[in-house]
Ligand binder design. Sequence first.
Ligand code: HEC
Length: 271
Amino acid sequence: MIVTQSTTRIVVLTALVLVVVAFVSVAAAAEAEPPAAPPVSQFAPAEDLVGQVKYYLKRLEQAVETEDDYKDFIERIAKDTDTLAVIALALGLHDTDNAYKAAASEIIQATQQLAAAKDYATAKVAVENVKKAATAKTADASNIKWEKVASLKQLMLAVPPINTQLKRNIKLRRPKRDGPKAAGRAAVIAVIGQAALYHSDDTEKPELAEKWYDYCFHMRDAAAEANAAARRTDKAAVPAAMEKLAKSCDDCHTVFHQEALGKEDVEEEDD
Ligand code: HEC
């Protein structure tokens, strides 16, 4: 009798513990959702991102002009495609009305097809479709939200050349020309920082999601500071912003991807 009672008690207790564990894990999973994004204008002005959509569309078009171009640019296409996807997402969700707001979800879908293209003919058609998608004027942007729309690896591989160009442009030697270029590069890095938030489960340490979010914010907000300095052509404000940005790369890589340390700059053959 006593044995049966205590057995029953153990079973009941075990069940209770299981229920509690289940609740706690659901709560933990909910907690692991990235914090809500601020209005996009706070880190990447629509005007700068619109300029970057044009820039990437042109680069993609050039990269598939001939089959030889395609072979030469195959890695750049992969990076540009994913970069364009997150820029489109930011413009679709932007609090400032812009030329690509309505087209955003179609652009994202088209970039995903381009990312999957494995040969020249398919890639060529896919680039045409991305360009066509960018002209959409009536699509419903209400179905888009911050979420994973690209590959973290491609986004990260895209950053060093943008970062290197940013460092050059943000010297603001010819402010009228360099200011908008630097602002455009910085806006894209800020958007990549924001987009990376949704990739904590793609890292080697998904359990450190909270830390991941912090580093993503550092990257986004430092790039936003650089963007603002470039837009004001405020040379005095540049060094502090750029130091914060470089530190964000290093701090995150130290915890999440040590292999990237020292690979944070790269020159690209064109511009
Ligand atoms: C929030 C964390 C985080 C921040 C901030 C960050 N990175 Fe990364 N980076 C990663 C992770 C994780 C990877 C590995 C991605 C993969 O391969 O799946 C990576 C990979 C890279 C790689 C590829 C290295 C290799 O393995 O060959 C480069 C290059 C890179 N990052 C550059 C940068 C630059 C430049 C910055 C700052 C402007 C930056 N990253 C900011 C997390 C971060």
